[in-house]
Write a protein that binds this ligand. Structure first.
Ligand code: SF4
Length: 95
């Protein structure tokens, strides 16, 4: 249904005939760590995330996995790549 609380006009899964079903009855504004993210939407009521109703929770224990402004480190894949290179070098007799 279409939101009638803080993100008026947006189609939302939490909006019911009885009102917003999300915890607290409305979405929560973005937090400082969200600044720069491409998923921020501005409304007359403030800035909100377009994909998650409570950004504070997304940042509680780690970086938000939906954030567009945070580079993810891929140590595991880098290690795998190096292991592959090492294997090829070993096979070629260069080690
Ligand atoms: S996707 Fe994450 S970082 Fe971006 S606005 Fe939403 S909660 Fe904040």
């Amino acid at each position: 249904m279409i939101c009638q609380t803080v993100k008026k006009g947006i189609d939302c899964i939490f909006m019911k005939k009885s009102g917003c079903g999300y915890n607290g009855g409305k979405c929560h504004p973005i937090v400082d760590k969200c600044e720069g993210c491409g998923r921020i939407e501005e409304f007359p009521s403030g800035k909100y995330c377009s994909v998650y109703p409570d950004p504070r929770i997304k940042w509680q224990n780690h970086s938000c996995n939906f954030a567009t402004h945070v580079k993810k480190e891929s140590k595991a894949s880098k290690t795998t790549l190096n292991a592959l290179k090492a294997s090829k070098r070993r096979a070629a007799g260069r080690i």
